[in-house]
Design a protein around this ligand. Structure first.
Ligand code: SAH
Length: 470
C-alpha cells in the first residue's frame, strides 16, 4: 500500500486550486462538498468559476500562485491542464509546506483523490494506486447501485441514537442492535419518512434493552479449499458476526481477512504427524469462549464432516450444553477434480467414490486394498503425501495396474495450485521429486482431462494453474 487512505478534516481549512479551466472546475465541484475555505488562483478563469466566486463559494485571486500564497494551506491542487504551469505551482506550494496534487500526474502527487461514493455522512473511497481508474469506476458504479440512497439519512438518525445505545453493553449486544437497525428496521421504516424511522428505531432499541442477551454459541463451519470465492454465503456471514474464530492451519489468510477487525483469531493448526494443539484444548477453547457469551466460529478447511474430527467436537459441545450448529463447506476433493476437468463419478466407470485418509492419529491407515486395486476405481486420498509410498505398495501388492492414472493436486483452488499428473507405478518417486509443500490431494484412478494437460517448464507433467483460469 503506497498511499495510505485516511479521511482528512477540511472544516474551515484552506484549500487552494491553481488553475481556472475545466480541470480546475472539476476539482472545485468535489471540494465544494466539504466545508473547506477554497481559494482559486487563475488569471483568466472560465465564467463558471468566476460565478462561484461572485456567489461567495470561493475566493478568487486573478493572478498565478506565488511563493507564500500556500503558507498555512492544507491542500493545493495544481489544475492548469498545462504541465509547465502545474510543475511551477506544485514547487511553490510544496515549498510553502502544503500537500500537493498535480491533476492527472500521480508521480508528482503527495496525495491522490480516490473515486468516491457519497452517501454523506457515509463516504466510500476507492483507490487503485492510480493503476486502474477504469476498475475504480466500475467498483464505484457497483457500490452506487448497491447502497440505498437513504443510507446517509439512516446514518444521521443512527448518530442521534448513539447516547441511548450506550445503555446496551458494548460488544455483541450493541452490534446486534446496529445490524438490525441498518439491515432491517431502518431500510423498512425509511420510506415512511424520517419521523417514522426514528419511532421504529426507538421501538427496536427498547426491545434490545429489555430482551435477555443471546447466549454464547459455537458454529462449526467449512471454509472450503482456500479460495475465498468458494466460501458459502453462510460461512461468509458467520465470519462477519463471530467474536472468536478458532481455525485450522488449512484456512487461508485471505479468508481470515474477512473476519471482523475486533474478532479474536485463534489458530489451532494440525500438521500431519507434526505439532498440534491437543483436541481436548480445542474443545476447552470453544466451550470457554461460548460460556463467556461469545459467538464462536470453529472454522475448518474444506468440509467439517470430512476428516475434520467433527464428531468429537460435537460430543464435547453437547456434553457442555453449548448451543451449536454445523455448516458444510466445499471439500478438497471437489476442488481438486474441478481443476483437472474430471468428475468424481462417471457412468460406466465408477458408480462409487471413496474418500480415504493416508494416515490417522495412529499412523498409516489400512483399507480394503483389494477392492481399491480393481480397474476403474476412484478414490480421493486426503493427507496422503507422506503415506503415498505405503498406499502405492499396498495397491500394487493387491494387483493394481501400475499404469493406473494418479493425479496429485496441491493447493487446490488457490493461486499456487499445482497438478502432478502421474501413474500408480511412478507415484513415488515422482511425488518426492515434486517437493510439494502445500496441502495435497491424491486422486487415484483419475488423470487430468486432455485439454487440461499443459507442458510445464518446471518439470515434466507438473502443471501450474494458469492465471487466466482463476
Ligand atoms: N475437511 C477437509 C479435509 C481435512 S484433512 C476437507 O474437506 O477438505 C486435510 C487434508 O485435506 C490435506 O492433507 C489435503 O490432503 C486435503 N486438502 C485440504 N485442502 C486442500 C487443498 N486446497 N488442496 C489440496 N488438498 C487439500
Amino acid at each position: 500500500m503506497q498511499h495510505f487512505p485516511i479521511f482528512l478534516d477540511l472544516d474551515q481549512a484552506r484549500v487552494i486550486v491553481a488553475g481556472g479551466g475545466d480541470c480546475a472546475l472539476a476539482k472545485l465541484r468535489l471540494l465544494r462538498k466539504t466545508r473547506a475555505r477554497i481559494e482559486v488562483h487563475a488569471t483568466d478563469p472560465i465564467p463558471a468559476i468566476a460565478a462561484l466566486a461572485e456567489a461567495g463559494h470561493l475566493v478568487l485571486h486573478r493572478r498565478p500562485l506565488t511563493p507564500g500564497d500556500a503558507t498555512g494551506a492544507r491542500l493545493v491542487y495544481a489544475a492548469h491542464d498545462d504541465a509547465a504551469a502545474d510543475a511551477g505551482a506544485a514547487e511553490i506550494a510544496r515549498a510553502d509546506g502544503a500537500l500537493v496534487n498535480v491533476v492527472d500526474t500521480p508521480a508528482a502527487c503527495d496525495f491522490i483523490t480516490p473515486a468516491i461514493v457519497d452517501r454523506d455522512p457515509v463516504t466510500v473511497a476507492i483507490g487503485t494506486e492510480g493503476t486502474a481508474p477504469v476498475l475504480a469506476r466500475r467498483i464505484k458504479a457497483d457500490l452506487e447501485a448497491r447502497l440505498p440512497a437513504g443510507l446517509g439519512i439512516l446514518a444521521r438518525i443512527g448518530a442521534a441514537f448513539r447516547d441511548r445505545v450506550a445503555l446496551l453493553p458494548a460488544g455483541a449486544r450493541r452490534r446486534d442492535f446496529w445490524a438490525e437497525f441498518y439491515d432491517d428496521a431502518g431500510p423498512r421504516a425509511l420510506p415512511h419518512g424520517a419521523a417514522a424511522a426514528e419511532a421504529a428505531l426507538g421501538a427496536l432499541l427498547h426491545r434490545h434493552l429489555t430482551e435477555a442477551p443471546a447466549p454464547g454459541r459455537v458454529d462449526i463451519a467449512g471454509a472450503g479449499p482456500g479460495d475465498p470465492e468458494l466460501l458459502t454465503l453462510r460461512t461468509r456471514r458467520l465470519l462477519d458476526a463471530a467474536d472468536v474464530v478458532i481455525h485450522d492451519r488449512l484456512v487461508t489468510p485471505e479468508i481470515l481477512e474477512l473476519a471482523r477487525r475486533e474478532a479474536q483469531l485463534i489458530p489451532v493448526g494440525k500438521e500431519g504427524f507434526g505439532a498440534s494443539v491437543p483436541q481436548a484444548d480445542i474443545h476447552r477453547l470453544m466451550i470457554d469462549h461460548a460460556r463467556a457469551g461469545a459467538r464462536v466460529l470453529r472454522l475448518k478447511g474444506g468440509d467439517p464432516a470430512v476428516f475434520g474430527r467433527l464428531d468429537e467436537e460435537l460430543d464435547a459441545l453437547q456434553a457442555a450444553g453449548i448451543p451449536h450448529d454445523v455448516h458444510p463447506g466445499l471439500t478438497a476433493a471437489s476442488a481438486a477434480v474441478a481443476s483437472i476437468g474430471q468428475s468424481l463419478t462417471r457412468r460406466d466407470r465408477n458408480s462409487a467414490v471413496r474418500l480415504l485418509t493416508g494416515h490417522d492419529t495412529k499412523g498409516f491407515t489400512d483399507h480394503d486394498w483389494r477392492s481399491l486395486a480393481r480397474p476403474g476405481e476412484v478414490a480421493a486420498i486426503y493427507m496422503g503425501k507422506r503415506a503415498a509410498r505405503f498406499v502405492q505398495g499396498r495397491l500394487l501388492m493387491h494387483g493394481a495396474d501400475p499404469a493406473t492414472p494418479v493425479t496429485v493436486v496441491e493447493n487446490a483452488s488457490r493461486p499456487d495450485q499445482r497438478v502432478l499428473d502421474t501413474t500408480l507405478g511412478a507415484l513415488e518417486p515422482a511425488l518426492t521429486r515434486a517437493r510439494l509443500t502445500g496441502p495435497a490431494l491424491i486422486l487415484l484412478g483419475l488423470a487430468p482431462r486432455a485439454a487440461q494437460r499443459r507442458d510445464s517448464d518446471l518439470m515434466p507433467r507438473l502443471h501450474r494453474q494458469p492465471q487466466e483460469a482463476l
